[in-house]
Write a protein that binds this ligand. Structure first.
Ligand code: NAD
Length: 474
């Protein structure tokens, strides 16, 4: 029987592994430490990489159908343990219990849907003759994950990497390692030893992975600044890279929308997970004709949303996950106040001891205000007026970020034509953006490199090998 409240160990070579040093894990709703996690160093990483390397040939040699069936088994294990994992996720991450359950359920779905992807041999005929292209696994994949959606973002990497025949070393964020450590423990008897290793550690562990000579690919999700460091670290060994980085997604609201119909959906597109979501709406451009009505409606809805401990009844928004991010969000709000911006909601001090920030809506700030140009990664949303759609598109695209975006309009064809003009990897019409295991999710510009999801995501865990059969020349 697994204890989901304590005894957090790493999984290396199918067995529990502990370290003498530990990390204190803080519950963001209380700001108090409640658990200890292993703090791995170079020797632990070397051990995990060696286990993954040793397991690689056997795993790669299995038929795709066998690996797919084991992914299905992983999904079943997640579903069987959904409630215990969700409760642990609330304690370490802070999100409301319903959202934590949705994350674990989504993680199971990601595993089972990825299991249905195929990796066929591609054929082509041309002047060079006939060719067939096989997609071979890379070897050992290092997965580095942030603290906002610890388990599902790990699964974005684990599922395609395993299906393609790779083995892994997974490193959750030092702020939220616990759910992923228990996930590793649950799989010790499910997967062959060494196929999936889970290690936890502090700030030094990520760079050790990017520099490691026996890791073939790093799949990283996190901030753009760290992503650039990962890219530098990976250069020396020419590691393959997938980078899913920050965003500053714009929503464009067209003049024909029904204010009452979209208020709640638009609100949650921005404030899900307290705004700590890479593809959250982080700037809203609202047509002048509907600006007053929609901003008032969003502000009224904001007043109904209860912020608090994720275990409390009725709470829809939890705390900011950690102190560093809390201070960053508070600084952004203080800057908005100091520069004289108008608050439509949230002009109240956050109340502790947890890292709580009220829902904050800013009324028509200039485009160069920090709340507009910086990714808040917290419950702070600027609403801006526009008159002309070309102007709105230009302002939405005036950023080095290009992760996602949304367009809101009653005439869906018109909304889709605006969506096609946004410089971003994923755009949603009339709803929040949510990645799918069946379609590529990719950041444009400085929001990332490569894609996760769909065939493009699966192929990113492979090297192609093309075999030619030259034409008869006689
Ligand atoms: P972060 O970049 O600080 O950390 C992410 C991970 O990288 C953690 O596991 C951390 O320990 C590790 N790390 C830190 N320094 C490292 C280094 N030098 N080399 C290698 N690894 C290192 O990000 P965060 O604060 O945990 O997450 C928030 C950011 O993540 C936001 O910018 C958000 O937009 C982004 N994000 C992007 C996506 C996406 O899919 N595009 C999804 C979620 C979050």
């Amino acid at each position: 029987m697994i204890d989901f409240t304590g005894d957090f160990t790493m999984t290396i070579d199918g067995r529990a592994a502990m370290t003498t040093a530990t990390l204190a894990i803080v519950n963001p709703a209380t700001a108090e430490p409640f658990a200890e996690a292993p703090d791995a160093g170079q020797a632990d990483l070397d051990h995990a990489v060696a286990a993954a390397r040793a397991a690689f040939p056997g795993w790669a040699a299995k038929a795709l159908a066998e690996r797919s069936a084991l992914l299905g088994r992983i999904a079943a294990v997640l579903t069987e343990n959904l409630d215990s994992l969700a409760r642990l996720l609330v304690r370490e991450q802070g999100k409301p219990l319903a959202d934590a359950r949705a994350e674990i359920g989504g993680t199971a779905y990601w595993a089972s849907a990825t299991a249905g992807l195929d990796l066929p041999v591609d054929h082509a005929d041309g002047p060079m003759g006939h060719s067939e292209t096989h997609h071979l696994p890379l070897g050992v994949v290092g997965a580095i994950v942030p603290w906002n959606f610890p388990l599902i973002l790990a699964m974005f990497k684990i599922a395609p990497a395993l299906l393609a025949g790779n083995t892994l070393v997974v490193k959750p964020s030092p702020f939220t390692p616990l759910t992923t450590l228990k996930f590793g423990e649950l799989l010790r008897d499910v997967l062959p030893a060494g196929v999936l290793n889970v290690i936890s550690g502090g700030d030094a562990l990520g760079p050790m992975m990017t520099a490691h000579g026996d890791i073939d690919k790093i799949s990283f999700t996190g901030s753009t600044a760290t992503g650039k460091r990962v890219m530098q670290g990976a250069a020396a060994t020419m590691k393959r890279l997938t980078l899913e980085l920050g965003g500053n997604d714009a929503a464009i609201v067209l003049p024909d929308i029904d204010v009452a119909a979209i208020t709640e959906r638009l609100f949650w597109a921005a404030f899900k997970n307290s705004g700590q979501l890479c593809i959250a709406t982080k700037r809203v451009y609202i047509h002048d004709d509907v600006y007053d009505a929609l901003s008032a409606s969003l502000a009224a809805y904001a007043r109904t949303v209860v912020v608090g401990d994720g275990f409390d009844q009725g709470v829809r928004m939890g705390p900011i996950q950690n102190r560093v991010q809390f201070d960053r969000v508070q600084a952004l709000i203080a800057n908005a106040r100091e520069t004289g911006l108008t608050f439509l909601a949230g002009d109240t001090a956050a109340t502790g001891p947890g890292y709580f920030v009220p829902v904050t809506l800013i009324d028509n700030p200039p485009d160069d205000a920090r709340v507009v140009s910086e990714e808040a990664f917290g419950p702070v949303l600027p609403l801006m007026r526009y008159r002309d759609i070309d102007e709105a598109v230009a302002r939405a695209n005036a950023t080095r970020m290009g992760l996602g975006g949304t367009v809101w309009g009653t005439d869906v064809a018109q909304a889709a034509s605006v969506a096609a003009r946004l410089e971003a990897g994923t755009v949603t019409i009339n709803g929040p953006t949510s990645p799918s295991p069946l379609a590529p999710f990719a950041g444009h510009k400085e929001s990332g490199l490569g894609a996760e999801g769909g065939r493009a995501g699966l192929l990113s865990y492979t090297n192609p090998r093309t075999i030619f059969f030259p034409r008869e020349t006689a």
